[in-house]
Design a protein. Structure first.
Length: 375
């Protein structure tokens, strides 16, 4: 294990890091820049507090809010439903029910929903699910305002999955108006067919789709399973949580201004560590801005940059681990991570974070609970 990781682990366990040192933001920024990779090394105070808002959900995987709908959250259930939480209660009828189309369980199911940036006018939304044969489908629906219209389904992307795991699953519109799709490396372990570095394959990639023409583009390569990623709603910068193999979980940063193409390293690297001895594929190698070892978890859940009403916390990126339920946040400055904080709560089976129309944040437990994260 690298010395940086050892220090990080000791810090998390409360050893070798005084709270005084942790609150020294300039010091941590300096050390983050001096170190390679640029991992945060100090643990500061907790920043958020969870308040359970909804319970009794069936294996929720994802949720989103829409800017013009401040009192509403769309919550995705793995078996194939999208449900609406509105003004403090769940609507009885689902917004979308595609359970008959979906295979659910493990890393399969209805995995995310994204609403078109002009949803208020065109009523278009997009879902990502594994079908009855386990293959990835990205499908457009139109809603009537209250419910998605089943007959409006229009498939934008179909990818035959070779294994049951690493299906990616995230959909989100980028600042360029394209629909971004996270694709895992196909599955199994160690990327056995070496797809993530192969530009002839759509596996192990960050893809984007022109939703009008259905044209697909590779935006990034070298990903193992980018289960959750997001764009900072204020800057347009991209943050990706990429799930590791046996040792390291990682967060990657790409500025909106980047001309591309990013190569996030897998399966030549796992985190900053060499994984397979072979040449890298094309693109600019991007090393993680934050990482943690499997002593603290086993599967990273990428989150969001906070842009809500609490000024002191704006610009912090929150993320966590599905297995341990640990939640951290980092301050982002010029694409560097510093002032790492570990929250004093855990979210068991942390499947997703969510952001509402006003930029406030939520955490979702696959056990069935959605909690608001109050600064
Ligand atoms: Ca391999
Ligand atoms: Ca990587």
């Amino acid at each position: 294990m690298r010395p940086l990781l050892v220090l990080l682990c000791l810090c998390v366990l409360g050893i070798a890091c005084s709270s005084e040192a942790a609150s020294d933001e300039s010091g941590s920024a300096e050390s983050a820049q001096a170190g390679s990779p640029q991992a945060p090394r100090q643990i500061g105070r907790a920043a958020f507090r969870p308040r359970a808002l909804v319970s009794g959900l069936a294996s929720p995987t994802h949720a989103v809010g829409i800017k013009g709908e401040p009192r509403r959250l769309y919550i995705v259930e793995q078996q194939g439903r999208i449900r609406v939480f509105e003004s403090g209660r769940m609507r009885a009828a689902p917004f979308l029910d595609v359970r008959f189309l979906v295979s659910a369980g493990g890393e399969r199911g209805l995995l995310s929903v994204a609403f078109h940036p002009e949803y208020a006018e065109n009523r278009l939304l997009y879902v990502n699910y594994t079908d009855r044969d386990g293959h990835t489908n990205v499908v457009e629906y139109r809603s009537n305002g209250a419910r998605a219209i089943p007959s409006s389904a229009r498939r934008l992307l179909f990818i035959r999955q070779p294994y049951s795991n690493h299906n990616g699953g995230q959909l989100v519109f980028g600042p360029n108006g394209r629909l971004y799709v996270g694709m895992g490396d196909g599955g199994s372990g160690g990327d056995p067919q070496n797809r993530a570095q192969n530009m002839q394959s759509l596996f192990g990639k960050l893809l984007s789709i022109d939703v009008v023409t259905k044209g697909v583009r590779i935006e990034g390569l070298g990903l193992r399973n980018p289960w959750r990623f997001s764009f900072d709603r204020s800057t347009g910068d991209l943050l990706i949580g990429d799930v590791g193999q046996h040792e390291v979980e990682e967060i990657n940063f790409t500025a909106k201004s980047s001309p591309g193409l990013e190569n996030y390293g897998w399966d030549v690297f796992e985190g900053p560590t060499k994984f397979e001895d072979k040449p890298l594929g094309p693109g600019k190698l991007v090393q993680p801005i934050a990482e943690y070892s499997h002593r603290e978890g086993c599967s990273v859940t990428g989150g969001h940059v906070y842009r809500g009403s609490n000024k002191a916390l704006r610009g912090r990126y929150i993320y966590g681990d599905f297995c341990s339920g640990i939640v951290w946040s980092i301050k982002l400055t010029d694409g560097k991570a510093n002032d790492l904080r570990r929250e004093d709560f855990r979210i068991p089976q942390l499947t997703s974070f969510a952001e509402d129309g006003a930029g406030e944040l939520y955490a979702i437990s696959g056990g069935g609970t959605l909690s608001r994260l109050t600064p």
